[in-house]
Structure formats: C-alpha cells, structure tokens
Write a protein that binds this ligand. Sequence first.
Ligand code: DMJ
Length: 600
Amino acid sequence: MPDGGLRKRKTGPDSEKEPPRNENKVSHNDEPEFDIDSAAFLQYLKILWIPLLLCFGLFVYFNPSTLSDIANLWIESDDWQSSPGSSTKSFAGFGADVEKRDAVVEAFKHAWRAYERDAMGNDEYHPISHKGTNLTRAGGIGYTVIDSIDTMLIMGLEDDYARARKWVETSLSFDRDAEFNTFETTIRVLGGLLSAYELTGKDKLYLDRAIELADRILPAFDTPSGLPLPNINLGKRQGVPDKELPHLVSTAEVSTLQLEFRYLSYLTDEDVYWEKAESVMKTIKEHRMPHGLASIYMHVDTGQFVPSAIRLGSRGDSYYEYLLKQYIQTNQTEDVYRKMYDDAMAAVHDNLIQKSHYTRMTYTSELIPERNSGGQLSWRLTPKQDHLVCFFGGSLMLGATITGASTIPVSIPPRQSEFMDHGKRDWKDGVELVRTCVDTHDTLTGLSPEIVHFRIPSDGVIDVFSNSGVPTDWYIKGARPGAEGPYDARYILRPETVESLFLAFRLTGDIRYRDWGWNIFQSIEEHCKVETGGYASIMNVDEVPSRKEDKMETFLMSETLKYLFLLFEDASVLPLDKYVFNTEAHPLPIFTPNIRTGFS
Ligand code: DMJ
C-alpha cells in the first residue's frame, strides 16, 4: 500500500495553518464565537470519548472488515491519484530497468541451455534427472523448442535462436501417429510458430510449418456442433474424443484457438481456419447461459453447456481471456466480442467476485452445480481460487481500457473520467485482484500455491491468525505444518501473476508492479533453480528448503520469463496497441481483418 496518501492526510497544509484554539469561552474577531453550550458540549465529549472508543472497538471486533474497508477507501483513491504528467512517487516511467531485465535473461539462459544440453528436441524437460521426454511414444512435436523461440528473439539471444531454428528446419516433424491435446498444441506450437514468423520479419519456414500443423488439427473440428474434439491424431489427421468423458469438451479449450487460427487465415487468405474457429464462438453465443457466464464443459454433439463448475480457473479461464483478445486482435472491429465480453464481465462481477471476510481481499469464487432430491439445479458458491485465475486481474485492467473506456486510447495511467461505469468497475476489480494474487505469495518461499481457499464465516474456522497476529483470510487446503504438501501447495512455475503485473505496469507505469515482479523472480531463483541447470516445480510453497519436482514446464520459458523480461524492458518493446498475446504469451500483431463473415 502506498503510504503517501495516509501521510498527506495527517500533515496536510490545512491542519498546519489552523490557529490554536482556546478551550474556554472566547470571542475573537476572526473566529466563530463559542457560547457556553458549545463549551459544555466539548466537556461532554471529553468524558464520552472512552465509552465511544469502547463501542467502536466492539463494533470492529464483530465487523472485522471495517478497518480494512476504511483503509481500502484510501488505497482506492490512491489508485486514481496517478494521472499522466502528474509526478506521483510511484510513477516509474517506461524505460528499461536494465539490471533486472538482464537478470531475467540470465535465468532464461540457465533454463534453455540446460534443456538444450540434456534434452534438445524433446517435448518436456526434467532438470533434476537431466532427461527429456516426449508427450507420446510416436516422437516429439517441438513442444519446448517452439514454445521458447520467440522469447529468444525478444531477448536478443541470437546464437541460441539460430540453433533452435536449425532444429525446426531439420528435425521437427508433425507426422506423429499419436494423440495430442488440440488446445495445448494450438496455443504452444501453432502460436509459437506464428509468433516466430512475425518476430523474424516473416521467415517463411515458420509459416509453412504453421500451415502444416493447422491442417493436421482441422479435422478435430469435424463434429456435429463444430466444437473441436479435445485430442487430435496429428499423423492420421483425426479428432479423438476424451476417453473418460467422450461427449464433453472443455469450454476454455474450444474457445482458446481463435487468435491462432484467425491470424493464420489473415496471413494465408485461406478462410477455412477463420471459419472453423469462429463457428465455435457462434455455438457458444447461441447456447450462452442466461447470466453470460460459461460452465466448464459443453456437449460436443449439441453444443450446449452442461451443468458443471463455473469459474475463472482451469477449463474456464481463457474463454474470458479470448473474448477480449479477439476484440483486440482485429482492431476493435468485431463488436460481437465486445458485447460478449462486457456481458461476461458484468456476470463475473455480480456472481463470482467476492471480498474476504477479515481483510477484504478481492477474489473470485467458483459456482458448483448441485441438484436437490427433486432434480432442481442450484449453484453453490465455493471460495476457491486457482493460481490460473491470476491472469484475470491484468486482463480486467486491460479490458477496462478498451471496452470500458469512453476515450480511446486512455491515458497512461488512465483517468477516472476516461472510463464508463463498467470500465471503472473492471479497473477497480482488476487492480484489487492483482493485489490479491501478489498477497498469496506471502508464503515461506515467497511463491504462491496452485490453489488457495478463502475463509468464509460458515467455515467455523477459528485459527485465522498468522504468527504475527494478523488475520489471514486465505489458506492452502490440507496443508499441515511438517506434513507432505497437498497438490494445492505446489508452485509449478506458472506465469499468471507476473502476466498480470506486466499488463498492470504497462497500463500504469506504477513501480510497485515491477517491485512485486522482482520479488517473485527472486523467489523463483532461490527456490526453483536447479544449480546444474534448469528450474523445477516445487512441492510446497510453505516449505524451506523447498522439495523439487523433476519437471520444468514449457511455460516457464514461453510465459513466466517472457513476462518478467517485458516487465523490466522498455515499454516500446511489443506495445499493447500493436500486439495481442495469445494465452501462452506468444505475441501476435493486431490487424484489420480482410474477411467479413457476418457473425454478430
Ligand atoms: C498456459 O499453458 C496457458 O496460459 C494456459 O491458458 C493456461 N495456463 C498455462 C500456464 O499456467
């Protein structure tokens, strides 16, 4: 919390100028006259202040959020304080922080070069055993190499890049008779190829491979609803249903292919990619639930939503992300996405965004469907937030400056007057959610867990005070001091918080976002770094020294380190009005579309 506002209020010029007051009856030319009643009243006040204070104390005891509400008022007004040209203490300017930026480049080199040494060309890397593995027995598809290429380009690592390109040219094959996840292959590999094409100034190698891959994925869309199947056999060019839930597809997975397929159509003038991706959005729009929210599963034959959790975490997250980003991608020309996004944000605000009980942290809940004995459906609010949700704070802030703004472009940082009401709402929610995600890094390692739960009064939990005596509003379910960490306690090198910090910094220039990002980076260095090379997930964010898991997720190099690099890099690199990042942090250019499908 910036304390400048608080201090200013206490020592403001008005109070300094105030003349000393005489407590007795005074008659003075310049001052209002006190009569005897006023003096008596003051005496009463003096006697009454102790019981008044006691009453207030009791009130706060039973309503613990009161103090933080008051503090929040201060904080919120401070968030609006920084306007362009105003010299606020927290405005950092947009130049590079060279030292920190270069430290991130060193981290990338530590990760990439270990992978290259031990596992070049394999889909996944295990830094402790120094091994690579592939997603299937049929051989790799460049999962890690292609996911990392644009980060090398952005960081200027020419030699590393040259070796990676060579591998794509000579060793990459998509002719694999095995099943690959349609969504993951699209966001990491197709997205990576398209971004490499853009950032190399259109090296045809990448476009050719992107076209080949997209053509192999297209059959996944051949379903009665047009929703793509979750898996694709790239060698046979055949969509494959999920084995356990053969009729279902996950909402985020089907709605997070659009930036990549649409951009490919734009580049090739082949409409088929665009049409397949857009038909998914048509189906979603047609079957949208009344409140504008989306449950995490849809029926692949009917295209309808099936009763399942509603959340901004796994299987829901990037549906909301791509509503906004599709609107941004085509230069704000497709109003249908603005409307869908605005409806969804209103519904998220009304139904999912909550305040924690003690310290009034803003967080998102999940809605879980339940049927009563009569078969009637109702929704139970569950105070669980995945780390994945942490993309959402920055996304809300970005959305506020686009669909919520009355003046475009807004100033940096934006002025209140530049927002419409829903823009103000989304900006405020976004700022607060970023803050919450940062606060969930208050662990022994300084890293945030995979899943947090927030306390609600019906928990009946009384152990809500941390060692320092401060109330804690969130906890890691199943975590016990000294015991094996539960799944929720892991940190798997995820990017979502630093992604939001990057966006928040670009939109405000507020130095605190860089400070928080730097803290997270240092924690990754301290607890996830494998000395012999690479970085590993850790099993429990509340355990020091950390126990490592032998896995380095590809999104460390494609997202986490890229967003950290960009957070400290000069803001003229990949500006937000020229590029939109796919959900795997691959930047794609914003363009005005050359195709009109009439989808509205
Ligand atoms: C990434 O693969 C993508 O960001 C995806 O949308 C969900 N999150 C993972 C990283 O956490």
